[in-house]
Design a binder for this molecule. Structure first.
Ligand code: AMP
Ligand code: MN
Ligand code: MN
Ligand code: MN
Length: 288
């Protein structure tokens, strides 16, 4: 059977992590842009899921629960999206809480390093942008550094201050790949490798990521995402086929000012791929 969904957007962020809009405003924006199946995927957090599901229902839009878990793999931070899980699952909640823990300490160290480079008050400055005190992220620092006039926009802040080798970067140990996949699948969901082209992995490391992800029970990979070029859609479409993974599609929308792709404004998924939303048909929450 072919999927009834023509415009799924299964990757987006709200004020519950590092987005600037509420779940309700995002749901209305998604609907206005023609999204017919939406997932809010806040980083390491499911605190917005009931609100997002209710807002989707109010908009007459189908919904899948979502999150995006930070994982450390081969010395790199890799993101694993979870879709269609039970948002009240206790083991998932515990795993996410453990993953969030340490963000505040890391933020204090980032601020200390920035202060040593002449940028004072970054911890307090970043906190003013934080919607969820458990989830202070590099994005919030980036917004503060733009406000302070240190850089023109957030990509420039990341380039100059927040990535490995730069003065505000503090290495952090996130979840293990197998744990993140098991938290998602144990709660009835499907695990998805997020925006694979973004990681600085060697070909061997990328092969290991895909193989280990599958061995742990991961079933999908993002092909069409706001972080990929069209050449990367083709590359990860063939990786999906090679590894027997379903394909997901999502804008990774954070904010109207910062995101290059708006909700639902992405190319279609390439033909011939299994769609993750078909795997998850039984987990979709339909509007009444
Ligand atoms: P964190 O989880 O605190 O390490 O922050 C990661 C977040 O920073 C990602 O989810 C993106 O929203 C954002 N981010 C990462 N790299 C960049 C970049 N080069 N430009 C803009 N935002 C970025
Ligand atoms: Mn983010
Ligand atoms: Mn991500
Ligand atoms: Mn994301």
């Amino acid at each position: 059977m072919t999927s009834p969904y023509l415009n799924p957007d299964l990757h987006s962020h709200s004020v519950v992590s590092d987005g600037t809009l509420t779940p309700e405003v995002l749901a209305a924006r998604a609907r206005a842009n023609g999204v017919d199946l939406w997932a809010l995927t806040d980083h390491d957090e499911v605190g917005g899921q009931h609100r997002a599901a209710a807002a989707a229902r109010a908009q007459g839009m189908a919904y899948l629960c979502g999150t995006e878990i930070s994982v450390s793999f081969a010395g790199e931070t890799v993101h694993i999206v979870g879709l269609g899980f039970d948002p009240d699952d206790a083991a998932l909640a515990q795993g996410l809480a453990a993953t969030r823990g340490g963000r505040e300490q890391r933020a204090r160290e980032m601020a200390a390093q920035l202060a040593a480079h002449g940028i004072a008050g970054a911890f307090e400055g970043a906190l003013r942008y934080v919607g969820n005190p458990d989830l202070i992220s590099r994005t919030h620092f980036a917004r503060f550094l733009v406000e302070a006039g240190v850089c023109r926009d957030t990509p420039e802040v990341f380039r100059k201050y927040l990535i490995e080798g730069k003065p505000g970067y503090v290495p952090h140990r996130w979840a293990a790949l197998g744990d993140a996949v098991r938290w998602i699948t144990g709660a009835g969901g499907v695990a998805v490798i997020a925006h694979p082209a973004r990681y600085r992995l060697t070909a061997n490391e990328e092969y290991a990521l895909f193989s280990e992800f599958r061995a742990h029970g991961g079933q999908a990979v993002e092909v069409v995402t706001g972080s990929h070029t069209s050449a990367e859609y083709a590359r990860y479409a063939s990786m999906a086929q090679e590894f027997g993974l379903a394909a997901s599609r999502g804008s990774d929308f954070h904010s109207p000012e910062e995101s290059s792709y708006d909700l639902g404004c992405l190319p279609r998924q390439p033909a011939g791929l299994a769609a993750v939303w078909e795997l998850l048909a039984a987990r979709i929450q339909h509007p009444v």
